[in-house]
Design a protein around this ligand. Structure first.
Ligand SMILES: *Cc1c(COP(=O)(O)O)cnc(C)c1O
Length: 367
């Protein structure tokens, strides 16, 4: 009997039977461009500040941490601006946990969540983990979503929760605020909670507007952010949201007490105090992102417009074969399972060069 069969002998929840754990392959490869991490790492100044902040916590490590992580909420509000304060803020171990807590509070059995694939593959998984029904919305052939179409779909399905991912993963493209406004209004009758996942907001082209601008007078709107991408801290597990204070009160009903460790809180606060240093490489990453788009067009491929730190591109006859050949060359990118397409993270200039040269050689049939 293999491990999978043994698992199925357990009195597992019926809806979990036959499932496999989700996650991108974690392979030991020189160039990792598969999960949209910031490949620059943490700058020295920030490292020293974090080390000192964590060291200062060690004396009190016998005590539970501040359950309300007030200092962190204050630092997050100051970072976002937009007139927000600590009452508008909530944080957890990655924005995935923030989203799960939102589903625990606003979803669950008998309720539903809607998103518009191709989008972040965690949304249906978070739905299944919390017993929330999943409603699959749709986009047009170019993977674009118009305000009219999104609003119409929300009006006809009346989901309890809608996820809008902007910039969208895996396509990379940001949504206009007209879509967020239209979806929010369409959800008026069903009191739909609208969650805008802005995990990649810091990489957007200048002029791309954040849904934070729409928060005033919209108590059902939530903007989710993370320190995993632009802040180069995926390993620290810190995600957060901004919303009306009553939303954070709702999340307090489902969070585990002390869910954010003292180490995590100290790390995040020190990082936010050094946000200039941590975000210093965002512009360099955007340059590589735009370079990838231009080079892929030159190679005859079809990249989607990107406001994020990755590029989704089509025009491949054999994406799985290209993925394999890149892996053989020591470069891991992402096959998101969409016909003719792959997704690559914009890394350092050297990593990007290695990717582009290897891809061009593969497409030319030179191995
Ligand atoms: C990477 C990513 C996140 C971040 O998840 P964390 O749990 O904060 O690391 C959230 N949403 C999307 C769309 C992402 O791609």
């Amino acid at each position: 009997m293999d491990q999978f069969e043994r698992l199925n002998q357990l009195p597992l929840r019926d809806d979990l039977r036959g499932l496999r754990p989700y996650g991108a392959p974690q392979l030991d490869v020189p160039i990792l461009l598969n999960v949209n991490e910031n490949t620059f790492g943490v700058p020295l100044d920030a490292k020293e500040a974090i080390l000192k902040a964590v060291a200062d916590e060690l004396d009190g490590l016998n005590r539970y941490p501040d359950r309300e992580f007030t200092e962190l909420r204050r630092a997050l509000a100051a970072y976002l601006g937009h007139g927000l304060n600590e009452d508008n803020m909530w944080a957890a171990n990655g924005s995935n946990e923030v989203l799960q807590q939102l589903l625990q509070a606003f979803g669950g059995p008998g309720r539903s969540l809607m998103s518009f694939p191709p989008t972040y593959s965690m949304y249906p998984l978070l739905a299944s983990g919390t017993g929330t029904g999943y409603i699959e919305g749709f986009r047009d052939e170019d993977y674009n979503l118009s305000a009219e179409s999104a609003a119409e779909q929300v009006r006809s399905k009346s989901p309890n929760i809608v996820f809008l991912c902007s910039p969208n993963n895996p396509t990379g493209t940001a949504l206009g605020l007209d879509i967020v406004e239209a979806v929010y209004e369409a959800g008026e009758a069903s009191r739909t909670i609208v969650i805008v996942d802005e995990a990649y907001a810091e990489f957007a082209h200048s002029g791309t507007r954040s849904a934070l601008l729409l928060l005033p007078n919209r108590p059902r709107l939530i903007v989710s952010r993370t320190m995993s991408k632009a802040f180069a801290m995926a390993g620290a597990r810190v995600g957060y949201l901004a919303a009306a204070p009553e939303i954070t009160d709702a999340v307090r009903l489902v969070r585990l007490p002390y869910h954010l460790s003292a180490i995590t809180q100290a790390t995040a606060v020190a990082a936010l105090r050094n946000s200039d240093a941590l975000l210093a490489n965002v512009e360099a990453i955007k340059v590589q992102r735009d370079r990838i788009v231009n080079e892929l067009i030159r190679m005859g491929l079809a990249p989607a417009p990107s406001d994020s730190n990755f590029v989704f591109f089509g025009g491949l006859e054999d994406p799985a074969g290209v993925w394999e050949a890149l892996l053989a060359a020591g470069i891991l990118i992402r096959d998101v399972g969409i016909a003719g397409h792959l997704r690559v993270t914009a890394g350092t200039e050297a990593e990007t060069t290695a990717f582009l040269q290897a891809l061009e050689a593969i497409l030319d049939g030179v191995h």
